[in-house]
Write a protein that binds this ligand. Structure first.
Ligand code: XIL
Length: 356
């Protein structure tokens, strides 16, 4: 009897909170970064310096996230827009602004990315360089950028998207067009990881890719490379799983495969980061948002259940500034806040998965 009374009083006490969550949300709710602390998971997001001027943008970034990563501003074309013959080939402005923001708000910074086939400046793409020259350009680039951010950027996506879906090497200027003269297969990747380690021995070095979440030909190829690198002491610290997905990922087989895949990489002693999570939709009906929320929760749980999964990062946080509509025709609504900076069901789902 007494217990029931107590329960009734408790319900009365909770009643108004349940009825109007908004009234108490702003000040007393746990943020994502707080919720993740118990699991020692870093909650990151991609960001852009020009958006820091939007008050809602910077307020959410500073309070909800414990890590940021430049969405574009540390890519080759952005940070090294002019040839090395120019008096100042580099432009660190955007990256520096992001680093300063992160430091002010007690966030760590992840670097993205040193070796990629996209976002290359015209002077490099059209320069007609030989392998030897390209090797020198890339080595110097890696050294300059990593030394500039030494002790500020704790981890780098050294190489991004070097494999095709079938596990073969992607044909790029760094591999074979004309390449850097390091040799066949994953030799050039090994070479750049060694350069990166020389440039900043304290940075954690990652290989990052998309559609390698499940066990498939691409993730098999990455796994074989990682195993080989670990065996031979090539300085590889972890793998980034981009995790750009859609609702069709909400399939028990796919989810189980993602978990198993992470597990096999973790057994190699590697750190695992989910680096670019977003879940694109083809409309923003309530059902879609609810399905999206569920999937955000499940992906979060996969990270929570795998201790080497140390970073859970979304590719932006507001639908106002997501890359999806531009790159996937007819799709969007992929992130945790809507385009008016209102929290979506996906936000709540991610947080409650972190609170478990
Ligand atoms: C995307 C950015 O979000 C866009 O703003 C830019 O125009 C193109 O690149 N995989 C990656 C990211 O590793 O760097 C890409 O970012 C998205 C896919």
């Amino acid at each position: 009897m007494g217990n029931m009374m107590l329960a009734a009083m408790f319900m009365l006490y909770l009643g108004p909170r349940i009825a109007s969550p908004k009234a108490w949300s702003a000040s007393s709710e746990t943020t994502l970064r707080q919720a993740a602390e118990a699991h020692h998971i870093i909650i990151g997001t991609a960001a852009a310096s020009r958006l820091l001027e939007e008050p809602e943008y910077s307020a959410i970034l500073a309070s909800e996230f414990s890590q940021l990563q430049a969405e574009n501003e540390m890519k080759f074309g952005a940070i090294h827009p002019r040839p090395d013959t120019d008096p100042e080939p580099y432009d660190f402005k955007g990256g520096d602004a992001l680093v300063a923001f992160a430091q002010t708000h007690n966030m760590v910074v992840r670097g993205h990315t040193l070796v990629w086939h996209n976002n290359l400046p015209g002077w490099l793409k059209n320069g007609g360089f030989t392998r030897r020259q390209q090797a020198r350009i890339l080595r110097r680039h890696i050294h300059r950028v990593m030394m500039h951010y030494a002790s500020q950027v704790y981890a780098w996506d050294v190489v991004n998207e070097a494999f095709n879906d079938n596990g073969s090497m992607r044909s790029t200027i760094w591999y074979d067009k004309p390449g850097i003269g390091a040799g066949q297969g994953t030799k050039y990747i090994e070479q750049v990881f060694r350069w990166a380690h020389d440039a900043d021995p304290n940075a954690k070095l990652f290989y990052n890719d998309y559609d390698a979440e499940e066990i498939n030909q691409k993730s098999d190829a990455i796994y074989e490379m990682a195993k080989d690198f670990k065996k031979r002491g090539v300085p590889l610290d972890g793998i980034g799983f981009q995790t750009h997905i859609s609702l069709n990922f909400d399939d028990p087989r796919k989810l189980a495969s993602y978990a198993k895949n992470l597990e096999r990489f973790s057994k190699l002693g590697l750190e695992l980061h989910m680096t670019e999570l977003d879940i694109r939709l083809s409309d923003s009906r309530d059902e879609s948002l609810a399905a999206q929320a569920k999937l955000y929760g499940k992906i979060t749980t996969i990270c929570v259940e795998q201790p080497p999964c140390k970073v859970l990062q979304t590719w932006g946080f507001t639908d106002r500034h997501s890359w999806i509509p531009q790159f996937y025709k007819g799709m969007g609504w992929a992130l945790l806040w809507d385009s008016d900076y209102r929290k979506k069901p996906a936000y709540e789902a991610m947080r409650s998965a972190l609170e478990k």
